[in-house]
Design a binder for this molecule. Structure first.
Ligand SMILES: Cc1ncc(COP(=O)(O)O)c(C=O)c1O
Length: 395
């Protein structure tokens, strides 16, 4: 029956014609946020503590979260802030990008390029590498001008490109800087180097859909003492210090509150186990997809560790993804996760003006990939259900 329905769709029948075939049964959501009951109790107890003391921001939990995250990444400093968007903007403000150009991938989230604009620079959108969904050094080199200040790389889906070393070398040779938007890559690494520590500074997001969350939140990691000091000034209204009212930088309220830090601390402790859970599901997908003709996985390079924020698979031929998603959900109970990304930034109305030249690879791959459901706590049976559905519908 499944194959019959899939065939009907391919032959142009409307979805409505097969909806009556839908079998009630188990559903696989696109994503799920996991806080174990004992973790919820731990968090609640500490929130009681900060409510009782009144120390609700820039307190001991934020400091501990910073210390633990820096240790996790193997970085000297970590600065906690209220979002991944603000952590990017703070880094760029500290680096002084005003009036300059910053290279960013076109297949990234809005915030990567928006932070560049908010910091007073011009984002230059760069095409992508189909192998890793990251930027290619040759595409970066082609876009350099005398106004280029640096490059932001994004570890899409949690994959660190095997070409990250070439990128580091290129920016060093050209006297530029490399910054990582590691919003997807908590705990990912390549050849033993943790995401966030390949460049001058790394930016993380703890938005609820990420591999770990603090509710809302972001964080900067760096080995650079000056960036550490300056970022702390910027995040607190540009004040020279917490107790001083001298505003020495054009900062903002980018502080992380203590309840957010408490949530983040617990999820950070769980992070290795949550990543292992995702890797277990990814291994099932890796094996299952080997027999597919029309869908191929994006592979993690040898020497790389992926946190599987996303499990990316590429369709051999473009098809109506919206229809595909509806079919998988309605007929098989399988919800696909959001893409990375559905549209490249140069096709978004606010960024169209930053397009300079063709970006064909991103246009092709943005249209032609899907992200399979993957989350901590997902059961192996769920992964097999996803594979079964994809086998029927895509083959
Ligand atoms: C690649 C990327 N950069 C930046 C951000 C922004 O993070 P936040 O939502 O915490 O501001 C996100 C989060 O969605 C992201 O995926």
């Amino acid at each position: 029956m499944n194959q019959v329905s899939a065939k009907l769709i391919r032959n142009g029948e409307t979805l409505e014609s097969v909806k009556q075939d839908i079998a009630p049964g188990r559903r696989v959501p696109a994503a799920k946020i996991q806080f174990l009951p004992e973790d919820r109790a731990w968090i609640a107890e500490r929130i009681q503590d900060v409510l009782a003391t009144g120390q609700l921001t820039l307190g001991k939990y934020g400091a501990e979260f910073e210390q633990q995250f820096a240790k996790f990444c193997g970085a000297r400093h970590a600065i906690a802030v209220n979002s991944g968007t603000s952590s990017l903007e703070i880094i760029l403000r500290v680096l002084g990008v005003e009036g300059k150009e910053v290279l960013v991938p076109t297949n990234t989230f809005f915030a990567t390029a928006a932070a560049v604009v908010h910091a007073g620079a011009r984002p230059v959108l760069v095409d992508m590498d189909p192998e890793s969904f990251a930027v290619r050094p040759e595409d970066i080199e082609r876009r350099l001008t005398p106004r280029t200040a640096g490059v932001i790389v994004v570890h899409i889906g949690g994959i660190v490109s095997r070409r990250i070393g070439e990128l580091q070398e290129l920016v060093r040779k050209k006297g530029l800087w490399l910054v990582e938007d590691a919003a997807h890559a908590h705990g990912s690494s390549y050849r033993g180097v943790t995401a966030g520590t390949f460049g001058l500074a790394g930016s993380f997001s703890f938005y609820p859909t990420k591999v770990m969350t603090s509710g809302e939140g972001g964080l900067i990691v760096t080995n650079d003492d000056r960036i550490n000091e300056e970022a702390r000034i910027y995040r607190d209204q540009g004040k020279a210090s917490f107790t001083q009212n001298a505003h020495v930088r054009m900062g903002y309220n980018w502080r992380m509150s203590e309840p957010h830090a408490i949530i983040g601390l617990k999820h950070l402790e769980r992070l290795p186990a949550m990543i292992a859970d995702r890797q277990r599901i990814a291994a099932i997908y890796d094996e299952g997809l080997q027999g597919f003709r029309n869908l191929s996985r994006v592979q993690v390079p040898a020497g790389g560790v992926c946190n599987y924020y996303k499990y990316i698979a590429v369709l051999k031929e473009a098809r109506d993804r919206k229809e595909l998603k509806t079919l998988l959900k309605d007929r098989y109970g399988v919800s696909l996760a959001g893409e990375v990304y559905e549209e490249p930034l140069h096709k978004q109305p606010v960024f169209e003006k930053y397009r300079s030249g063709p970006l064909p690879v991103a246009e092709d791959y943005c249209a032609r990939h899907i992200c399979l459901p993957i989350f901590s706590g997902m059961e192996e049976g769920d992964a097999h259900q996803v594979l079964g559905a994809l086998r029927d519908v895509i083959g």
